[in-house]
Write a protein that binds this ligand. Structure first.
Ligand code: PMP
Ligand code: GLN
Length: 380
């Protein structure tokens, strides 16, 4: 019989909580996806390309119109120059891009540093490549990088650091100063970087997203991952892209072409059309989601939940320690069944979960759903 290569892994918490929410007819603020639709022009473009017969394989690295639009927008929004031919690869979701980047880089015995709480796909990808995940906890108060702990985790076998900003699940945003510190470390230790920037356009309160691609020392060593699912509210279209120097991109593509080969053709064409027609669309996202965050947080004022407003992503952590000290995994299930409100426990994103009591709520939801969710939470 098959001996599991991932014996400790079950079905992801996102799938489990969304299924439980559906089963209990609960408000689903668990899995991260919008409950409202994508821009109409984007959906129309998709339908148009499907009906026009653009339904066969795209080029392996992605449709060139789309890679050109990505390159134009990186220049426009972030002042980053990159070559669409040799440095951009369209992937069927950032998850696949991360997997391919790890597979292309990590050999048995290599160590990969990741910061806890970390996204659930990171460690399994590293393990399947034969590498070892080294978990460094973010600080308890602000979910920031603990420089001493990071330095202590480095060894002669460290090959890569994985970072994620804006950060899922905490909503923290990496300050430029920390990125500069990371740059110094990766240059000194000759490391690769995976920079997961799928929430790049969702930053609040006047903060800035700093991309690893904007710092030359990181740019030279990073696979940076982005997702159209987040930016254009089409998580089910599973399309994103990876930007990396030509040498890294060539290796990424060798894996990508045998994992999925290509991303979906009409999706790529539709996104390219939409990006060309509305190049400033991403600039409106921060204000859009900040308003939703504020609506949700303000409606929770009379609750017994404590919160620090999230600085980025579309997730808000709520501290329930004034209500109970039960584990987050059993509480989120209980609240889904008893109060009709589904969330995500964050202990599952840690190697060693600390003594803390947070649940994660996704506020990419329509205003009435956010208001109803807050009302239910206020009653607990
Ligand atoms: N990284 C993080 C931090 C995420 O939250 C997500 C969300 N799904 C992904 C990667 C994967 O994105 P995609 O759906 O494009 O695979
Ligand atoms: N990224 C989404 C979240 O954090 C879920 C993605 C998934 O279900 N794999 O909720």
């Amino acid at each position: 019989m098959l001996k599991s290569k991932l014996p400790h892994i079950g079905t992801t918490i996102f799938t489990r909580m969304s299924a439980l929410a559906a089963q209990c007819n609960a408000l689903n603020l668990s899995q991260g996806f919008p409950d409202f639709d994508a821009p109409e022009a984007l959906r129309e473009a998709m339908a148009r390309h499907v009906m026009a017969g653009h339904n066969q394989y795209a080029p392996m690295a992605g449709v060139m119109q789309l890679r050109e639009q990505i390159s134009i927008q990186l220049q426009l929004h972030r002042n980053i120059a990159c070559n669409p031919d040799t440095e951009i690869t369209v992937v069927p979701g950032a998850t696949e891009g991360i997997f391919c980047a790890v597979m292309a880089s990590i050999r048995p015995g290599d160590e990969v540093i990741m910061f806890d709480p970390c996204y659930d796909s990171y460690q399994p990808s590293v393990e399947l490549a034969g590498g070892r995940a080294i978990h460094v906890p973010l600080t308890r108060d602000r979910f920031a990088i603990d420089r001493e702990k990071l330095q202590a985790a480095l060894s002669a076998r460290t090959r890569m650091i994985m970072i994620n900003s804006p950060h899922n699940p905490s909503g923290s945003v990496l300050p430029l100063d920390d990125l500069l510190f990371l740059q110094e470390i990766v240059e000194r230790h000759d490391l690769l970087v995976i920079s997961d920037e799928v929430y790049e356009h969702l930053v609040f309160d006047g903060l800035q997203h700093h991309s690893a691609l904007q710092l030359p020392g990181l740019r030279a060593r990073s696979f940076a991952l982005f997702s159209f699912g987040k930016t254009f509210s089409v998580t089910g279209w599973k399309t994103g892209y990876c930007v990396a120097p030509a040498e890294l991109t060539a290796e990424l593509r060798k894996v990508h072409q045998f994992v999925s080969f290509v991303a979906v053709t009409p999706v790529q064409l539709a996104v390219a059309d939409f990006m060309q027609a509305e190049p400033d669309y991403p600039a409106g996202l921060s204000a859009f989601y900040q308003r939703k965050r504020d609506l949700f947080c303000q409606a929770l004022e009379s609750s017994r939940l404590r919160l620090t407003p999230s600085s980025g992503t579309y997730f808000q952590l709520l501290d329930y320690s004034a209500i109970t000290h039960e584990s987050d995994t059993s509480l989120c299930e209980q609240w889904t069944r008893q109060h009709g409100i589904a969330s995500i426990p964050i202990s599952v994103f840690y190697e060693k979960p600390p003594e803390q009591h947070y649940l994660r709520f996704c506020f990419a939801k329509s205003d009435p759903v956010l208001a109803a969710a807050a009302e239910r939470l206020c009653e607990i």
